[in-house]
Design a protein around this ligand. Structure first.
Ligand code: HEM
Length: 405
């Protein structure tokens, strides 16, 4: 291992271009040979990568693996850090009791019942997007369909003008993709500042002129006193925007790609749309949009499968590896939309289980069933070898998916 210009060279297969294209052989090897694997991340920090299903569940549920790194910092360091970290004062990077309070503020809007109320609007947006591309006979499924749908929905829920969505795409892409690459740090800084400035303006407008949207409700909680600080207000809004941008797009795209690679299953779903629920769970298991969990740290020394994880050590769960563990799933590398209920970890587990899961499921259900109903001849409009997966450790998603219909 060596370090040049702040970028750390590591010979770990987890950071090779081949891994990016197909991580599953490397995951399989790690599950068998080194399931609790210590590695040097490209950002120069050591981390433990957990690849087996049962260990993944243990880590995600054990409260000794904490999310808030400031737990390890002195008061002064904590203040320094909090000035710069507008995006981290949110539920995903908090532990109880803060986590409960922050999640509680928005939880009501994401219950399955509330989300089901959005079905009509999601259908409308889906059909409008398909109307636009239908005459062309082809599209890049991501740009024309899988990306705009969840963005329009989350922007409407929050009260963010959806015509600004190209800006969000740039900002959230850099935040997610550059997370482990110090060479992109300068660009990341610029984009973060633009994002913060945008949010500041938006919050100022909504303070003056509240609407019936989630941002106005959150501002009200902040103004009422002790339930939400200003920093947390930014944290929650930016988390929802980013989560809404980077995840469901990959669920729809990875799922459709799975169907195009297995045309007999595509036909089966067209013939019997009632199997969509089972199909969605298989999309999530087979190529889950969130490849690795977010960061966790050991609050104390913890023994895991014979390894000692020291206090303060960084730990990440390879969710897409756990979802291909043969100890948990029969024939895990086989794509099978009729598996039915599945205990995959694509939405995580424990107290940080994805808040947006009902929304993501509903959006993907409407998107995929409508797409197949309207364009049953959908097929890949390129050779599979030309398809590339996006860089970055956190997400698993294609760069483009050209289709014809
Ligand atoms: C298919 C789409 C999605 C997938 C696969 C996904 C996956 C995940 C995962 C794995 C976590 C836990 C991360 C960890 O424990 O380290 C998580 C948390 C979270 N997700 Fe999602 N997500 C999706 C869509 C969404 C959407 C659409 C939203 C909201 C607009 C959302 C909001 C959140 C929030 C707020 C958290 C943090 C929950 C907490 O800390 O209590 N997600 N998601």
């Amino acid at each position: 291992m060596s370090s040049t210009n702040g970028k750390h060279e590591t010979n770990d297969q987890l950071f090779s271009p081949e891994f990016n294209q197909n991580p599953y052989p490397a995951f399989s090897k790690l599950r068998q040979e080194d399931p609790i694997h210590q590695t040097l991340l490209p950002n120069g920090n050591f981390s433990w990568i957990v690849t087996r299903y049962d260990d993944a569940v243990t880590v995600l549920k054990d409260p000794r693996f904490i999310k808030d790194y400031t737990y390890f910092l002195g008061k002064e360091q904590e203040e320094e850090q909090s000035e710069t970290s507008i995006f981290v004062k949110n539920m995903l990077f908090s532990d109880p009791p803060d986590h409960r309070r922050l999640r509680g503020l928005v939880q009501k809007a994401f219950t399955p019942k509330m989300i089901e109320g959005l079905r009509g609007r999601i259908e409308e947006i889906t059909n409008e997007l398909l109307d636009k591309v239908e005459p062309n006979g082809k599209m890049n499924l991501i740009d024309a369909f899988a990306f705009p749908l969840p963005i329009i929905v989350i922007c409407e829920m929050l009260g963010v003008p959806s015509q600004d969505r190209d800006k969000f795409r740039t900002w959230s892409n850099t935040l997610v993709e550059a997370s482990n690459d110090p060479e992109e740090a300068a660009q990341l800084q610029v984009h973060m500042e633009e994002f913060v400035m945008y949010l500041r303006q938006l919050i100022a407008i909504r303070r003056q002129d509240p609407k019936d949207d989630m941002i106005s409700k959150l501002i009200q909680s902040e103004e009422e006193g002790d339930s939400l600080s200003e920093q947390e207000l930014y944290g929650v809004i930016s988390l929802l925007i980013i989560a809404g941008h980077e995840t469901t797009v990959n669920l729809i795209t990875n799922g459709v790609f799975g169907l195009l690679e297995n045309p007999e299953q595509k036909q089966q779903l067209i013939n019997d749309p009632s199997i969509i629920e089972s199909a969605l769970e298989e999309f999530l298991r087979y190529n889950g949009p969130v490849e690795f969990s977010t960061d966790r740290w050991a609050a104390e020394a913890i023994e895991l499968r014979g390894k000692t994880i020291a206090k303060g050590d960084h730990v990440i769960v390879a969710l897409d590896s756990a979802n291909r563990d043969p100890e948990q799933f029969d024939d895990p590398d086989v794509f099978d939309i009729t598996r039915g209920k599945s205990k995959h970890l694509a939405f995580g587990k424990g107290i940080h289980f994805c808040l947006g899961a009902p929304l993501a499921r509903l959006e993907a259900e409407v998107a995929v069933t409508t797409l197949l109903r309207r364009m049953p001849d959908l097929q890949l409009n390129t050779t599979p070898e030309k398809l590339e997966w996006r860089p970055g450790m956190l997400m698993r998603g294609l760069k483009e998916l050209p289709v014809a219909f």
